[in-house]
Design a protein. Structure first.
Length: 328
């Protein structure tokens, strides 16, 4: 009966007229399968192990989804929610639904949900036979005025209107090579104790992962977690390289390294660009007078304030296929 039920009452008067009225009311209990979602850590580091735990009925099918929060800021609405499910179920109702002409709060206009007896039985989804007199077709409204004329019939067969709906299909999220936008998109089964545990490894992206879950039980149906669980992936100190898309052999380019410091104290970092296989030339060392420098690495020192980042640049000349390695 969830999410909505309808009560119809009628009687036949002494003159043979069918009099009917109905009442709709909402019913709780759409989601009878409990789903409790938790994680082993709410704050962790990139590449760390993570357990996603779902508690529900035994032998239930559990669906898990984890999306990068930055992706949800661009576009949301691809995950199922309780409001969406209730709205979709309500779309299968054959009864009356409010329209823009119906009465709003503090409005002086009023429009009945069913204008005729025939409409009310139709809205209730009933098939009925009658040799009594009942209103079949209707009132015409002049603005929101009264009934112009009423037609009666002695027999009628009412067949409920059949409505079909299609659900929108969400495109599967696209992932990048090393930093996926979605790192959990799995279905697992709960055990005899009702627990389903997914052990995984957190990606390298420094972000917050939004995890949602649902469960389907053969007896109790669908259940959704009350809200998503969030796992923050963070590292207090790290280096990021800004590399050009492509360079031409013999071209001199600047390789930028950004040092991020999210600790409480200012630090002084020594950044080293290594070239052990002599794949490129370190232009900055050509005028160096340091006798201990063998030309395979270049070091620079940078001061980084707490909660901030600072950049250093290295000039190199490409002489072949190269790979850059930074060390702090």
């Amino acid at each position: 009966m969830a999410p909505r039920a309808r009560v119809v009452a009628y009687y036949v008067s002494s003159c043979g007229e069918v009099v009917v009225d109905g009442l709709d009311f909402t019913v709780d209990g759409v989601f009878q399968t409990p789903v409790e979602l938790s994680t082993s850590d709410n704050h962790t580091k990139p590449g760390a192990p993570l357990d996603v735990i779902v508690e529900t009925y035994p032998d239930a099918l559990v669906g898990l989804l984890a999306i990068d929060q930055s992706v949800l800021l661009l576009k949301s609405g691809n995950d199922i929610t309780k409001n969406q499910i209730v709205s979709d179920l309500d779309g299968y109702e054959s009864g009356w639904r409010p329209s823009r002409y119906d009465r709003k709060k503090r409005s002086i206009y009023w429009r009945p949900p069913s204008e005729t007896v025939d409409q009310l039985f139709n809205h209730a989804g009933l098939v009925f036979f009658s040799n009594g007199l009942f209103q079949k077709s209707g009132s015409s409204y002049g603005g929101y005025g009264g009934i112009d004329r009423v037609y009666y019939t002695e027999a009628s067969l009412s067949i409920p209107f059949t409505r079909t709906e299609t659900f929108p299909t969400a495109n599967q999220p696209k992932t990048r090579k090393y930093f996926p936008e979605t790192f959990i998109y799995n279905t697992i089964k709960s055990g005899k104790d009702g627990k389903a545990v997914l052990s995984t490894t957190v990606p390298d992206t420094i972000t917050s992962w939004v995890i949602s879950a649902f469960a389907i039980d053969q007896e109790h149906g669908l259940g959704l977690a009350d809200g998503p669980s969030k796992v923050e992936v963070f590292r207090p100190f790290f280096v990021s390289l800004n590399l050009p898309y492509s360079i031409v052999r013999g071209e001199t380019v600047s390789i930028q390294a950004i040092v991020f410091n999210y600790m409480k104290e200012d630090i002084e970092a020594e950044v080293t660009l290594e070239n052990p296989d002599d794949q490129f030339e370190l232009v900055g060392l050509q005028n160096s007078v340091d006798p201990n420098n063998n030309g395979t690495s270049e070091k620079k020192t940078v001061k980084v304030k707490a909660g901030d980042g600072a950049s250093v640049s290295f000039l190199i000349e490409q002489i072949g296929r190269a790979s850059c390695r930074e060390r702090v």
